[in-house]
Ligand binder design. Sequence first.
Ligand code: NFM
Length: 222
Amino acid sequence: MEKPEKRGMIDTWLDKHRSLYTAATRHDFVVSIRDGSVDLSSFKTWLGQDYLFVREFVPFVANVLIRAGKESGETSDMEVVLGGLASLNDEIEWFKNEGSKWGVDFSTVVAQKANQEYSRFLEALMSSEVEYSVVLTAFWAIEAVYQESFAHCLGDGNKTPAELTGACNRWGNDGFRQYCLSVKNIAERCLENASGDALVEAEDVLVRVLEHEVAFWEMSRG
Ligand SMILES: Cc1ncc(CNC=O)c(N)n1
């Protein structure tokens, strides 16, 4: 008999914070992309802010990569994070193309308060004081919110405008979903060996990522 898959900490925490998770993955902005009612000025605001965010996210992922090499249990962990970093390289190119397509000049975009606060949060997570299992939980949550949100825009019955399917495919595609599952498995494995204190911190960090993501979508309202 096959052993039933053990339910991890992350799923337990997601159940506990379900309404916040839904707020982060089914925000009005995302729903408006899916139903085609999206206001294009909102999309441009999001595009400019997210470009700035991704530039801050790169050093965070690089920090996870360094820690994966030193602290992960399995050699393949580093490869998963390296894959994430490589796709960020493509992503920055994609943003630049979208910027010119939509007439958004990133050199004049200023990070809004929610964006600055999210960056500060990422920076704090790069401290060596923060346990690796906590960092990985945050990393998974950041990626998973985008994966779930944009996959929703591509799901059955969507009316997503053709010019926005590129954005939705970027994070909503199956490869990105698999990558998020790989990150989740690494995080779960690290959480299994984490101290009680680290578990408390990881749950808190998960909640804070979800709050930052909600605040980030809120910026699109202008
Ligand atoms: C605010 C935010 N959260 C998560 C992501 C997805 N990760 C990398 O692209 C993103 N682009 N922006």
